[in-house]
Design a protein around this ligand. Structure first.
Ligand code: NAD
Ligand code: UD1
Length: 303
């Protein structure tokens, strides 16, 4: 079938995507510097190039003859970007420009990961793609920069792209070992070990948690609509819960009440996040199907 490139394919979302592409008979080339991802996470059958996305020669070689590029490589932690402003920018914005540049030269369409973090503090929820984008973190600022460059590079350079504003993605395979990991993986791992959970702030912050399998379907549908108008879509469920409710829901699945310890809120942390999934339905022709309860059960099963 076709050749697809997945940057960040050794990471959480990328490794799920690679598995699905391989299962459908595609050839997959992964470009990942293994700064966070693990070699063992890259599904057998995919060709791994261990390289920085800023490595022009590596990206050109990977994209040669490819039908599409899924650009997922990034420093994905909001907190980590705050602590490493320049280093994270090198990957999250400069690295994305390097991917766009290589894709233009190779004539390959790009689906890239943006984020709900581009919205910042919402005036109203649910957040639609027409909501104001005023990021409150370096991470969100760089993700918005990716979208602006995609929009500029479409008409000017002929870049075909589609940007996906993922809300909070969860599911099996998200590494819980780092404090910078996604909250579901950390909470699931700690609860399974009978350890207390650390909640930054009072725990009333809300998140729209979307299951990784639904995100993979969105990524694949986005390749079909990537064009020079650089469309952007939320990838969300349209429902949100508080962190305290998330902890309780995980406890329910395990039949164990979570012990919660509070710590000061993280800088750049958004309090309220809830997406509107209308454009996702209209543009990508799909909606999130996996319920939070089913997704949490699948996640805990894998811990
Ligand atoms: P992840 O950290 O598991 O995967 C990112 C991968 O990128 C890792 O394997 C890492 O080694 C690789 N990488 C980092 N810098 C690189 C570089 N300079 N060159 C090559 N490879 C590099 O993160 P994830 O959760 O799978 O996120 C994938 C994408 O989705 C990211 O762009 C992230 O910002 C975005 N996103 C994630 C979520 C979420 O909830 N997980 C939500 C919104 C957006
Ligand atoms: C997450 C993603 C980010 C994405 C964004 C989109 C990760 C690591 N981050 O950021 O890439 O762009 O969603 O909405 O996948 N928390 C705790 N205790 C913990 C860990 C976290 O209380 O042990 C809190 C955080 O302070 C935050 C919430 O849980 O309020 C979610 O944190 P996190 O999973 O890191 O995600 P986001 O910062 O929302």
């Amino acid at each position: 079938m076709a050749i697809h490139v997945v940057t960040g394919g050794a990471g959480f979302i990328g490794s799920h995507l690679v598995r699905h592409l391989l299962a459908d008979g595609h050839a997959v080339r992964v470009v990942d510097d293994l700064s966070v991802g693990r070699r063992e996470a890259v599904p057998a059958g995919a060709a791994l190039t261990v390289a920085d996305i800023n490595d022009t020669a590596a990206m050109a070689a990977a994209l040669d003859g490819a039908a599409g590029c899924f650009h997922l490589a990034a420093v994905a932690s909001v907190e980590r970007c705050t602590r490493d402003l320049v280093g994270s920018h090198d990957t999250n914005l400069r690295g994305t420009l390097a991917v766009f540049d290589a894709a233009v030269k190779a004539g390959v369409p790009v689906v890239y990961a943006s984020s709900a973090a581009v919205y910042g503090v919402p005036a109203t929820v649910p957040l639609t793609e027409a909501s104001p984008t005023v990021p409150i973190s370096a991470y969100g600022a760089d993700k918005l920069g990716c979208e602006l460059h995609a929009r500029a590079a479409g008409p000017v350079l002929g870049l075909r792209s589609c940007g996906l504003r993922f809300f909070n993605v969860f599911g099996p395979g998200q590494d819980p070992s780092s404090p910078y990991s996604g909250v579901v993986s950390i909470f699931a791992d700690r609860l399974a070990r009978g350890e207390p959970l650390t909640v930054y702030g009072d725990g009333t912050q809300t998140r729209d948690f979307v299951y990784v399998g639904d995100v993979v379907r969105a990524l694949r549908a986005a390749l079909e609509v990537a064009d020079t108008t650089a469309p952007v879509s939320n990838v969300c469920t349209g429902t949100a819960i508080t962190l305290l409710d998330l902890a309780a829901a995980l406890g329910d699945v395990l039949g164990r009440a979570p012990e919660i310890r509070h710590a000061p809120p993280r800088a750049g942390d958004i309090h309220t996040s809830l997406g509107d999934a209308s454009r996702m339905a209209a543009l990508l022709g799909l909606r999130a199907e996996v319920t939070l309860a089913d997704g949490l059960a699948a996640t805990l099963k894998a811990v």
